[in-house]
Design a protein around this ligand. Sequence first.
Ligand code: AMP
Length: 112
Amino acid sequence: MTDDCLFCSIVAGDVPSDIVAETDHAVAFRDVNPQAPTHVLVIPRVHQPDIGSLAEAEPEATIDLLRLARTIADDAGGTYRLVFNTGADAQQSVFHCHAHVLAGRTLGWPPG
Ligand code: AMP
């Protein structure tokens, strides 16, 4: 837990969120600014800034996060995009690792 981290506060229950699923290692909740009919963020309970750091430090949590993301995507129809914005220039705005699960519409390529 990092005191000034929004997503740590969501994991702790100190900030309300629309949680859709939880596991021992991960929490999934709806994005407040959805970019698709299904837009769910899947985050580890532990604080790591990005997916690479999480994989290095917590491989079990990384696998758990990816499995939970797939479950959510399957529930949304099985066609989806999994996005890890990593770094400010890639539009990462919350520096607690999170996967965006986007589904429910046609998704263009390449992304912006
Ligand atoms: P990123 O820009 O990749 O770091 O993604 C951060 C995401 O968190 C954005 O899509 C925001 O809309 C979303 N977000 C910010 N605050 C909240 C919140 N309190 N609950 C749910 N989603 C949030």
